[in-house]
Design a protein around this ligand. Structure first.
Ligand code: AMP
Length: 189
């Protein structure tokens, strides 16, 4: 099954996904990490993507969909794939729905936290695309382009919500509980 981790930059999706994947043998796919790896290796894709990333803009949908298509289409039913940072636009969500095996997308977890918390966390982690100007732009892009996906998944009845302005362990418990119950439901259907 595929569980989508949704939420603003800085909310802690990556940290949570990594911890849950390590503890439970789940797979964690972070498109941001994949892109940073391409940038670091100086590939053509990385060079192209970095133009957008350094501004805090989204990398074009075609590039992103090509990047994850192979992986999501081959997702075995009984294995958990935590998708972190994808989809971020409605066209990406639609592409994901068409490429994933039928019924595979069983859960979307929406991580929420107040803007002040996000900005503080983003500025504190000191990544290259985490300057104040870029951070504010990334949040604006998130509100406009990615947040509508909350409604998209809520309408499908697969949205779970997590208050991410709490301790890491408490948030982790919520996430793991949601993934387990989605897995269980899937195995019953
Ligand atoms: P992240 O590590 O998830 O914050 O992603 C870092 C940057 O990579 C983002 O600010 C975007 O520029 C780019 N990126 C990652 N995932 C996507 C995506 N699904 N669609 C478009 N751009 C993305």
């Amino acid at each position: 099954m595929i569980a989508i981790l949704l939420g603003p930059p800085g909310v802690g999706k990556g940290t949570q996904a990594q911890a849950a994947a390590a503890a439970h043998g789940w797979l964690h796919l972070s498109t941001g990490e994949m892109l940073r790896d391409e940038v670091g290796r100086g590939t053509e894709l990385g060079t192209q993507a970095n133009v957008y990333m350094s501004r805090g803009d989204l990398v074009p949908d075609e590039i992103m969909v090509d990047m994850v298509a192979g992986r999501v289409s081959a997702q075995p039913a009984g294995e958990v794939l935590l998708l972190d940072g994808f989809p971020r636009t409605l066209p990406q969500a639609e592409a994901l729905a068409s490429k994933a095996p039928s019924g595979a997308i069983a859960l979307s977890v929406y991580f929420r936290a107040p803007d002040e918390v996000l900005v503080q966390r983003l500025l504190g982690r000191g990544r290259e695309d985490d300057t104040r100007e870029v951070v504010e732009h990334r949040l604006a892009v998130y509100r406009e382009t990615t947040e509508p996906l909350v409604g998209f998944y809520r309408a499908q009845g697969i949205l779970g919500e997590v208050d991410a302005d709490r301790g890491i362990e408490t948030i982790q418990e919520d996430l793991v509980r949601m993934v387990r119950s989605a897995l269980e439901e899937q195995s019953l259907s």
